[in-house]
Design a protein around this ligand. Structure first.
Ligand code: 5GP
Length: 145
């Protein structure tokens, strides 16, 4: 699957939204959901999605849900910085398999960075300890305003 294709309502993030798959949830509102990446590129790597927009990528989402989504991205990024105090934060998003996308439900990555700490592999590193992810999610959630 690349830029063209049908939205799969049974993709991993749709299942997480429905509660059919577990995730370390950080924040949820009427439109959006933030949770920890299970294969993080850094300590605290989070993902933010729209819960109902059936968009596989940035090209497919309508302006209104995109607005809700990007505002949640900013909210989670601010909370992450307050909670984890990184030296920097990468906010990124991939469109199509050749661009690096592996889950075809639009999402933004929020990846904290620390000086001198190399970035882990994208979607290819090891699975994080669920208990550690839950604790990070709790710390970030505590700073959501
Ligand atoms: P993409 O490659 O599509 O930009 O990003 C997909 C992200 O989802 C990757 O960073 C990958 O580590 C993460 N991921 C893959 N499977 C799961 C899962 O089952 N749960 C969670 N929380 N993250 C996942």
């Amino acid at each position: 699957m690349s830029l063209l294709g049908e939205y799969d309502p049974d993709n991993i993030f749709a299942k997480i939204t429905r509660g059919d798959l577990p995730a370390a949830r950080i924040f949820e509102d009427h439109d959006t959901l933030a949770f920890m990446d299970a294969f993080p590129q850094s300590r605290g790597h989070a993902l933010v999605i729209h819960k109902r927009a059936h968009a596989r990528n940035l090209l497919e989402i309508e302006p209104e849900p995109l607005q809700a989504l990007i505002l949640s991205v900013q909210r989670v990024t601010r909370a992450m910085v307050a909670a984890l105090k990184p030296d920097g934060v990468v906010v990124t998003q991939f469109n199509g398999r050749p661009a690096g996308q592996t889950v075809f439900h639009l999402h933004f990555h929020v990846v904290p960075r620390w000086e001198g700490v190399p970035l882990g592999r994208h979607a290819g590193g090891g699975a994080a300890d669920p208990a550690e992810l839950a604790e990070l999610a709790r710390q970030i959630a505590a700073e959501i305003s």
